[in-house]
Ligand binder design. Sequence first.
Ligand code: APR
Length: 177
Amino acid sequence: MREFLKGRVVVTRGDITDCDVDAIVNAANRSLLGGGGVDGAIHRAAGPELLEECRTLGGAETGEAKITQGYRLKARHVIHTVGPVWHGGGRNEEKLLEDCYRNSLMLAVENGLKSIAFPSISTGAYGFPMEKATPIAIRTVKEVLEAEPSLEKVCFVCFSRDDMDVYVENASVMLGD
Ligand code: APR
């Protein structure tokens, strides 16, 4: 695990469903009714009540974020956000990915949450290149943390060693050691 910004940003390797935070962020699809990858893992760990609540949300557009309870997860809440599918960069993907991080963080602030954990949104099934997605994630989190002192901790949870190396390399440059 590596810490930045006096511990307000943490980069760690592991399974986001194990995170004991106020909210974990789910890389969902527009139906918000579950899927594979981290979406599947979160629904499996949270149990069926999560899907029942998701059915009441009416889906979400790319870049949007919606909040539910966390049910059987350690996390008290799940913030579901829909990342952009990577089509080469010509369809506003970078701005939409930034919206996912910003809207998820602002939803946490609006709900009085102090700690939040993100997976690497869109970099799996949705094909967003890690080397492009990671600086967007870190820059957006930095901007919101500077504006929102109520947010105490943002964790980037990397599912692989390689992903963690990309986050640590970018965070060291962008956030200072
Ligand atoms: N904990 C943390 N990170 C995870 C976990 C986990 N348990 N499982 C997967 N990841 C990582 C992947 O390694 C990847 O870096 O989450 C990142 C996002 O990958 P995906 O889950 O494939 O999400 P995404 O690329 O945003 O695609 C979303 O996939 O599962 C479906 O319903 C989902 O349609 C949506 C699409």
